[in-house]
Design a protein around this ligand. Structure first.
Ligand SMILES: Nc1ncnc2c1ncn2[C@@H]1O[C@H](COP(=O)(O)OP(=O)(O)OP(=O)(O)O)[C@@H](O)[C@H]1O
Length: 682
């Protein structure tokens, strides 16, 4: 039985030890079957893994060392506390410091889910970012405590972004599996990873759509709520100890929002995860799923404590929530200055809430709880050792990315197949127009034009790859932010995967156009034409990804690529002879990939060909030759005569091909640098 089938058939009830089952039935290997699996260790890092004591024995010392890195420092979860945290920026307009968040404190225990609520601009995202360790520490004040001791929250948490950046042509399972493949260290067996994928699919209620595609403009996919659940599942596949969610229900209807929070609460309880989520106006049902509430206004805490006690707290302040009202709406109306006509009064009201909370028993209790957990904690137990930022090495990252890109390109009509169809149609149209161009001297310009058009138009149409690339880029940006992989493997995978598809495009074009136009006969000439077309397209493709990475906006990238290609056509040496190109633009001629490709294919075509001159009527044996011997005594001229007359004497096919390879490498290095710089800027 295949591991995948086995995993699907497995009992996903949480009372049974799943990994023991996997080991027993998947492999049939004595190493797995001899003893029951004894302990599942959830790692302290975001790169959590399932490691049994038994399987540890099988590992080599270096793997054991790596496992040590991932050993769980917090088997019972993390009580996450923040004490008096603030965030201050320097306002360049007023030239003064400005407090965005001030004096916030709170504590959330393992298995609890806390909502950060507040009106727009209250500071929810800022507070979430501070807690998640995503803000510049120079501007942050206060303390973050993990089980009462200061610690590096980023090592034990995952920040789940709002967007649903998933590969549309892949299924829910494939998307989550990709995350699992990259986020678990290599010593976690593939069957264990698949098991974990199946488990999280079940936990997020995605069984029914697990093998459905996410959806693209061409393929109707899963619903918005299912997509959001798949996106969250793929980001927390490693079961980090703390999860931060940035408005996980935005844009969803109340039923979908409810299902998402329900799944998250279930995960939190089941795996002792501490969850903090910012949320906009939850429905009554969704609101009632939260354990704790942090209400903020003007960057200050207006209430922090048990969700259930919030109603009583506000009742105590004279703001009774009527039985049929949604408490979340009720609180937000109370603290939202946008609902108040008198702005001075609104300001006063918010400040009265801030003061009431500052003097409240609720706040005193929270602070005392934080103090007591800080006292009881083992002093600075948290190890500050640096975890590896990536769970997988360069080769593994490249492998998984290449495999996914291959699937994406195979299934994504936008990326290649539309282009293949378009190029084949164009090749046939060219073949009809230039049908058997012949060897007469009046056909010389037709030949040049066919070569120019083949290169220029084919390269130009590589803009068709921009939408597919930009779609992929969104996913890559999110995955990079989650530290799934580094830039190098992505650039390499993108390069590797473009090769077979560009080969297909160049081959289909050559197969149709070359014989129909009647270019230089012979397999080696057709092959050289194909290779040059391939190299030109690879450079064009590399230029497209570089420009789209610099400006990831469709219309802007399209305009810039079109401009660059148009410019390269002008300085290519076809419309204007090479020696007539203005000195100021000569540099462009040499970095123009179309020039190297065009010159390569005309050399390949013309060299060794013989063309007929026109006989002069009435003259005995005299000929009119446009190229070569013009004395009138020769009835033919050679292709080399043509090349010489245009200054193409020195073309060396190997060197010209190497120039195209060099340009490809240069564009790809540029692509790498741009992605690296963007990551640093972000
Ligand atoms: N770096 C910054 N420079 C200037 N102002 C900032 C900066 N960061 C946050 N702010 C301001 O601080 C306030 C709080 O911003 P924040 O994004 O945290 O609010 P929010 O509650 O998440 O709002 P929303 O619900 O609309 O997303 C806003 O008025 C915002 O303009």
């Amino acid at each position: 039985m295949l591991p995948a089938q086995m995993v699907q058939m497995m009992d996903t009830s949480y009372d049974n030890d799943p990994l023991t089952q996997i080991r027993h039935s998947t492999y049939g290997n004595p190493a797995y079957t001899e003893t029951a699996y004894t302990e599942t260790v959830y790692s302290a890092s975001t790169r959590t893994s399932y490691i049994s004591e038994k399987s540890e024995k099988r590992y080599t010392p270096d793997i054991r060392l790596a496992i040590e890195e991932y050993k769980d420092e917090y088997p019972n979860g993390i009580s996450f506390a923040w004490k008096n945290v603030g965030y201050t920026i320097f306002n360049s307009k007023t030239k003064k410091k400005q407090n965005i968040v001030t004096g916030c404190s709170g504590i959330v225990h393992p298995g609890e889910v806390m909502a950060i609520m507040g009106p727009s601009g209250a500071g929810k995202s800022t507070l979430l970012d501070i807690l998640a360790g995503r803000k510049d520490q120079k501007m942050v004040s206060g303390q973050i405590l993990l089980n009462g001791a200061p610690g590096e929250v980023r090592h034990v948490s995952q920040y789940v972004m709002q967007d649903d950046a998933l590969m549309g042509v892949l299924t829910v399972r494939e998307n989550i599996q990709f995350a699992a493949d990259l986020c678990f260290p290599s010593y976690v067996e593939p069957a264990e990873r698949s098991y974990r994928v199946q488990q999280i699919i079940s936990e997020f209620g995605l069984d029914a759509v697990a093998d459905n595609k996410i959806g693209t403009v061409f393929v109707r996919g899963v619903s918005g709520g299912e997509k959001r659940r798949a996106s969250i599942a793929s980001q927390i596949i490693t079961l980090p100890k703390i999860i931060f969610l940035d408005e996980p229900t935005t844009g969803l209807d109340s039923a979908a929002a409810y299902n998402i929070i329900k799944s998250i609460v279930f995960m939190a309880r089941r795996h002792k995860i501490t969850v903090i989520a910012s949320i906009h106006q939850p429905s009554t049902e969704t609101y009632s799923l939260f354990d704790k509430l942090c209400l903020i206004g003007k960057g200050r805490t207006l209430y922090f404590g048990d969700r259930e006690s919030a109603t009583t707290y506000f009742e105590g302040l004279g703001h009774v929530c009527t039985p049929y009202s949604n408490p979340a709406d009720h609180f937000l109306r109370l603290i939202n200055p946008d609902f108040m006509l008198d702005k001075v009064e609104a300001e006063k009201t918010i400040h009265s809430f801030i003061n009431s909370y500052d003097q409240s028993k609720t706040k005193a209790n929270t602070l005392s709880e934080i103090r007591s957990i800080a006292k009881s904690s083992m002093i600075h137990r948290f190890s500050s050792r640096q975890k590896n930022s990536y769970a997988r090495g360069f080769v593994d990252q490249t492998y998984f990315l290449t495999a996914r890109s291959f699937k994406n390109a195979m299934r994504n009509v936008l990326m290649f197949w539309i282009r293949v169809a378009m190029y084949v149609c164009l090749a046939i149209l060219m073949g009809i127009t230039w049908w058997q161009v012949g060897y007469k001297q009046e056909n010389i310009q037709d030949r040049f034009a066919a070569h120019f058009f083949s290169i220029a138009f084919l390269a130009f149409m590589s803009v068709a790859g921009i939408p597919g690339f930009l779609e992929e880029r969104l996913v890559v940006t999110r995955e990079r932010a989650n530290n799934f992989y580094s830039v190098g493997p992505y650039v390499l995978a993108n390069t590797i995967i473009s090769i077979p598809f560009v080969m297909i495009i160049a081959a289909s074009f050559t197969a149709a156009a070359y014989p129909m136009i009647g270019l230089h006969l012979g397999f080696s000439h057709a092959l050289t034409f194909y290779l040059y077309l391939f190299l030109a397209l690879i450079v064009a493709e590399s230029m497209v990804v570089l420009i789209s990475a610099i400006i990831p906006i469709f219309v802007a990238a399209l305009t810039l690529v079109a401009f660059a290609n148009g410019f390269f056509m002008v300085v290519e040496g076809f419309f204007v002879r090479r020696d007539k190109i203005p000195k100021a633009l000569k540099w462009a001629h040499y970095i123009d990939y179309q020039k190297w490709a065009f010159e390569g294919i005309i050399r390949n075509d013309f060299y060794d060909l013989t063309f007929d001159c026109d006989s002069i009527p009435g003259s005995s044996g005299k000929y009119h030759c446009l190229y070569g011997d013009k004395t009138g005594n020769s009835s033919t001229f050679t292709g080399q005569d043509v090349l010489d007359s245009y200054g193409y004497t020195e073309i060396n096919l190997t060197k010209w091909a190497l120039a195209l390879v060099a340009l490809t490498v240069a564009f790809r290095i540029g692509f790498y640098i741009v992605l690296r710089l963007k990551k640093i800027t972000n």
